[in-house]
Design a protein around this ligand. Structure first.
Ligand SMILES: [Zn+2]
Length: 330
């Protein structure tokens, strides 16, 4: 944790984190510019994503892990990374690897435990979902529409873009009593971002409330304030800033401050939403710790909060809220 210990409050640095939403790390180490943010195609040509706050954060914090000085050029970092190979890069990110492994362990395969579900309705139909549980007839009709549709390239099944089916999956998850994660807000260009405002979920949240199933609003940026409102007024709703934290780089502290304006502190969670690149797991964790520390240090300086409360809030956000919602062992 290069350079972190002197600038981060000790209890924030020491807090174990439960990463409640992340993906697997790529075996080959991944393409740096192509996977740093949510863009693709020409938008990632010529290393464009590296000229961003996320790219600057990567060049500030990751080079020392590979034996280079902070702020090393993107070229020298990429060269060093290629020399070491993806395997070696991963081995220098033990926290990241453990987190990726945990994601595998919770995947629905033999010998693993499932602790929740994730809806990608935002990516397929947007978040304006009817609150009503669909009837069997509606589901059968929707499924036959889907299966009878034109497939994708190479005989792939047609895209599952049917509001009834997404709603059906959500209710199936609710029936099993496990938390349901929703992709909200920021994501790759596959989404229509204006259809990913969490306020569009209001009807469904009202309908799900009596089930008591925790609803986890993921990412949320730039709708993190809307998500905080929903978490305040709907008892089972939680929120995080995954994905956005490392994409805004040095602005993570400001973003965290906005996200925490309304959200109950017992319903805000840490997640990296890191995907593929080992660096993203590291940066997601590091920038989150720095942001939380800076936020709390400012509250302590202004005497807005006691030291004991700052420590307690760190424990809640870092791990306890996730443990409670997902019923994880301590
Ligand atoms: Zn994700």
């Amino acid at each position: 944790m290069d350079g972190m210990s002197e600038s981060v409050l000790p209890f924030v640095a020491a807090q174990p984190l439960v990463d409640h939403h992340c993906h697997g790390v790529l075996q080959a180490g991944g393409d740096l510019a192509g996977m740093l943010n949510e863009a693709d195609g020409d938008a990632v040509a010529d290393g464009m994503p590296l000229d961003s706050l996320a790219g600057l954060a990567l060049r500030r914090w990751c080079p020392p892990l590979l034996g280079l000085p902070p702020h090393a050029s993107a070229d020298s970092y990429a060269r060093r990374r290629a020399e070491l190979g993806g395997q070696e890069v991963r081995s220098r990110f033990p926290d990241a690897y453990a987190r990726a492994l945990r994601e595998r362990v919770t995947a629905p395969s033999f010998g693993s435990a499932v602790v929740g579900f994730k809806s990608i309705a935002a990516y397929r139909v947007g978040l304006e979902l009817d609150g009503r549980r669909p009837g069997d007839g509606e589901v059968v009709a929707a499924a036959s529409r889907w299966l009878g549709g034109d497939g994708g390239a190479g005989g792939a099944p047609p895209r599952l873009a049917d509001e009834v089916l997404h709603r059906f999956f959500i209710w199936c998850g609710a029936d099993l009593g496990l938390p349901i994660q929703f992709h909200v807000g920021y994501g790759d260009r596959d989404i229509d971002l204006h259809r990913c405002n969490p306020l569009l979920l209001t009807g469904l949240l009202r309908a799900l409330e009596p089930t008591g199933v925790p609803v986890m609003l993921l990412h949320n940026y730039p709708y993190h304030r809307e998500a905080g409102y929903l978490a305040q007024v709907f008892p089972p709703v939680y929120a995080d800033l995954g994905l956005a934290t490392h994409n805004v780089g040095a602005r993570a502290t400001a973003l965290l401050g906005e996200a925490l304006e309304l959200v109950p502190l017992r319903k805000f969670l840490f997640s990296s939403d890191a995907f593929g690149l080992p660096e993203l797991y590291y940066l997601g964790t590091l920038l989150f710790r720095r942001a939380l520390s800076a936020f709390l240090a400012a509250r302590l300086d202004a005497d807005d909060m006691s030291y004991a409360d700052a420590e307690r809030v760190t424990g809640l956000i870092g791990a306890e809220n996730a443990r409670r919602a997902y019923r994880l062992e301590a």
